[in-house]
Design a protein around this ligand. Structure first.
Ligand SMILES: NC(=O)C1=CN([C@@H]2O[C@H](COP(=O)(O)OP(=O)(O)OC[C@H]3O[C@@H](n4cnc5c(N)ncnc54)[C@H](OP(=O)(O)O)[C@@H]3O)[C@@H](O)[C@H]2O)C=CC1
Ligand SMILES: CC(C)(CO)C(=O)C(=O)O
Length: 291
């Protein structure tokens, strides 16, 4: 079996590949553009890691890391059919709250481990990624056997991997950041500094207040200071930090709004909750996607 296959070696996929290589786990990039190495820059160091590349997979893998944008996931169907077997674990390093539902049609007998990535990663070249530090764990996983085995693979890497028994709350806690920071940076075309603008604050608070109500209806145990906490996290992003959605906007690539804002809209509809600010933002992101 291939030890680790990376599907989607972009900003996050390259960072995870580099960390896995740093612990002695050989990494194979599957699909995408060919590369022989990956260079990871963190606030403290730059390191280069050899990687193998296969245009299409040749057999099953022990660990498959899925780090394409959510809407690109169906394109992986053929590769996942070959990579997934009994004993395979698929680590889904994507934003949103629907990791399992998104991957389940393609993973056959493999175990799915959803991951919440807190890394702030920017692809600076086809074989380079640069990560800015954020507070807390870099990767947050559910507390089950498959996830603990994945965490073990990162043991020794300079990556903070944690598990939580309340993964629903963890998913919505991260979604709050993504349905606020990602659209605001992408729509304004400005990096994370824009989140500290006082006029943007009112928009951010409206988005967060609506999303907290929806998250609670979905079973997330979000605290009374969830809005303030999310806003403080976003405003604490390092100078120059970007978002994955702003990077897509700048590249002229489709935006990931359906997995983020779209997830809030779908959940709001399930509970009959009003989310007018998210509907407005989603309409604007849709315009960007159609132009
Ligand atoms: N960037 C960040 O800071 C964070 C991102 N996330 C989430 O992580 C996920 C990945 O985001 P990010 O790394 O930023 O995205 P990127 O766009 O940087 O990376 C996606 C990669 O997938 C590749 N790809 C697309 N389709 C295929 C395919 N069919 N087969 C193989 N490779 C493919 C792309 O290649 P190509 O470019 O050549 O098309 C690209 O290298 C998203 O869900 C995002 O929301 C989560 C936390 C933080
Ligand atoms: C929260 C944030 C902005 C951190 O990178 C993110 O998850 C993203 O860029 O998609």
């Amino acid at each position: 079996m291939t030890p680790t296959a990376i599907l989607g070696a972009g900003a996050i996929g390259m960072a995870l590949a580099a960390h896995l290589d740093s612990t002695g786990h050989p990494v194979t990039l599957v699909g995408g553009r060919p590369r022989t190495s990956i260079t990871l820059t963190t606030p403290t160091t730059t390191s280069t890691h050899p990687v193998a590349h296969e245009p299409v997979p040749t057999g099953p893998a022990e660990l498959v890391v899925v780090a394409v944008k959510a809407h690109q996931t169906p394109e992986l169907a053929g590769a996942l059919r070959v990579l997934c077997a009994e004993g395979t674990t698929v680590l889904v390093a994507q934003n949103g709250v629907e990791h399992r539902e998104r991957l389940a049609p393609f993973t056959g007998p493999a175990a799915i481990v959803p991951a919440i990535a807190y890394l702030n990663a920017e692809r600076t070249a086809v074989d380079r990624t640069s990560v800015r530090s954020t507070p807390g764990p870099d990767l947050l996983l559910p507390d089950d056997d498959a996830a603990r085995a994945v965490a073990g693979r990162f043991a020794g890497a300079d990556l903070r991997v944690a598990t939580t028994s309340d993964f629903t709350t963890a998913l919505w806690t991260k979604l709050l950041l993504n349905v606020t920071g990602n659209p605001i940076t992408a729509l304004t075309g400005r990096r994370a500094e824009v989140l500290r603008d006082e006029h943007v604050g009112a928009v951010a608070e409206a988005l967060l207040t609506e999303a907290v109500a929806v998250g609670r209806a979905e079973g997330a145990d979000l605290p009374d200071d969830a809005v303030a906490g999310a806003l403080a996290w976003l405003r604490g992003l390092a100078d120059g930090a970007t978002s994955s959605m702003l990077q897509d906007r700048e590249a002229g690539s489709p935006l990931e709004n359906d997995a983020l804002t779209g997830a809030v809209l779908r959940a709001a509809d399930r509970h009959g909750l009003p989310v007018p600010t998210h509907r407005t933002v989603n309409a604007l992101l849709g315009v960007v996607n159609r132009t």
